[in-house]
Design a protein around this ligand. Structure first.
Ligand SMILES: Cc1ncc(COP(=O)(O)O)c(C=O)c1O
Length: 427
């Protein structure tokens, strides 16, 4: 065991779990690849949880960061800085609808907390409809919103979160099929509000694609109806684009743009900084304006992270990466469907753009989750020098989110590794 792994195990909280039977210590990255301490090179198809958007050590992003860090590292939000102001202006330009005013922070958790706080202050109501199978982060508020027992170490600490059924078509909570279901999971929000809240809510908050939940993609029409119901009960719509932002889903900047509905508040992080810690909550002017008094973040919107985010956005524009996410993502999906035809343990393939999930089951009839198979696929793909992710309530969904610079050759290499891995699985 390397010294790095030994110290990780001895001195970090044991809950800071690592992937793989023999965990990997990474030392270097470039484009689509990372290298471990032994010098082995891996094709990175998870990007540190969908965070490497424009490639490891992207030269334009590194240049922007180095130039800024050698000039001015820190200001706090008590002073203006051109990167902070320019990025806020850019966010108003690229986010949908009437979203205009930004509050920058460092993590998706903070972005979601800020959104919930803003919605409560704007509506003066404290009940929030969230989704089962969702993930929002690690604060008391975010943990209370999370829809997975394994990610909730304590009972909910913040009252007022009610959990709607997830739009999880593969495992429909009502046993129905789209479209004859009439999108019952959205309709049921009416009943949820009537039976578990005061009848008036502060917000409906949802990820566009439930990421940690296993890349669950809501069906067409879901958000239009769910948001209509939430608004009829006084609620705002908070969309969590922490995983789905910045072109990940193909063509659009943000995943929610694939549905015909406009959020009142949008949160995003991860791919925004290509690894620099940055997150943002963007709101309509009236929501932002109702945040009373003063607020502050020591590191939020700092000159270096905002320089990184501006460079990331420019890279996505210059290299037409939103289109690449669609074109390469469509090819990726086609190759995954071929794998599904070949391997019966693949129960479902779903996703958008370069965010594709593979749900693994013991057999397609019972749909019994097969996390043991996922564990074997993990070890086999690692042996083939390809990194992937996993998720889902049952730990049986492969999460595949390569950087937006991925090309067809990278996808072919990933598919070949998955194909060999599924062929080797013994249940
Ligand atoms: C959808 C979503 N929201 C919020 C978060 C929390 O982000 P962070 O880990 O940066 O606090 C995550 C993290 O995975 C996420 O996937």
């Amino acid at each position: 065991m390397s010294d790095t792994i030994r110290k990780h195990k001895e001195f970090l909280f044991p809950a800071v779990a690592m992937y793989y039977r023999e965990p990997l210590a990474l030392v270097r990255g470039e484009g689509m690849y990372v290298w471990d301490e032994a010098g082995d090179k891996y094709l990175d198809c998870f990007g540190g949880v969908l965070t490497i958007s424009v490639g490891h050590a992207n030269p334009a992003v590194v240049k922007a960061e180095v130039e800024q860090i050698s000039r001015l590292q820190h200001t706090s939000t008590l002073y203006a800085n051109h990167n902070h102001s320019d990025l806020a202006e850019k966010m108003a330009e690229i986010t949908p609808g009437r979203l205009k005013k930004s509050f920058f922070s460092n993590t998706g958790t903070e972005a979601d907390d800020t959104a919930i706080l803003a919605a409560k202050m704007h509506t003066k109501r404290h009940e929030i409809v969230v989704l089962r199978h969702s993930y929002s982060g690690r604060s008391a508020t975010a943990l209370s919103a999370v829809g997975h027992a394994p990610w909730r170490p304590l009972p909910a600490q913040v009252a007022g979160m009610v959990h709607a059924h997830a739009p999880y078509c593969y495992r429909c909570p009502f046993g129905l099929k789209y479209p004859s279901c009439g999108i019952k999971c959205a309709e049921d929000i009416e009943d949820l509000i009537a039976t578990t809240t005061t009848g008036e809510i502060g917000a409906f908050m949802a990820e566009t694609i439930l990421g940690v939940g296993g890349f669950i993609v809501p069906p067409p029409g879901y958000f239009e109806r769910a948001v209509e119901i939430a608004r009829a009960h006084g609620g705002l719509f908070i969309v969590d684009e922490v995983q789905t932002g910045f072109g990940r889903t193909g063509e659009k900047w943000f995943g929610i743009e694939h549905w015909d509905v406009q959020p009142d508040i949008l949160t995003t992080a991860k791919g925004m900084g290509n690894g620099a810690p940055i997150a943002v909550t963007v709101a309509t002017p009236e929501v932002a304006d109702s945040f009373p008094g003063v607020t502050f973040s020591t590191f939020g919107g700092n000159p270096v992270s905002t320089a990184a985010a501006l460079a990331v956005i420019k890279e996505i524009e210059d290299k037409v990466l939103r289109t690449n996410a669609k074109v390469t993502g469509d090819y990726f999906r086609m190759r995954l469907e071929e794998l599904k035809d070949k391997h019966p343990m693949i129960g479902d393939v779903r996703g958008m753009g370069l965010m594709q999930g593979v749900e693994v089951v013991k057999d397609r009839e019972s749909k019994e989750p097969a996390p043991q198979a996922v564990a074997q696929v993990f070890e086999e793909t690692k042996a083939k020098r390809v990194l992937i992710g996993k998720g889902g309530l049952y730990g049986n969904v492969l999460r595949l989110g390569p950087p937006l610079i991925a090309d067809k050759n990278n996808i072919d290499e990933l598919i070949a590794a998955l194909d060999a891995a599924f062929s080797a699985v013994k249940l």
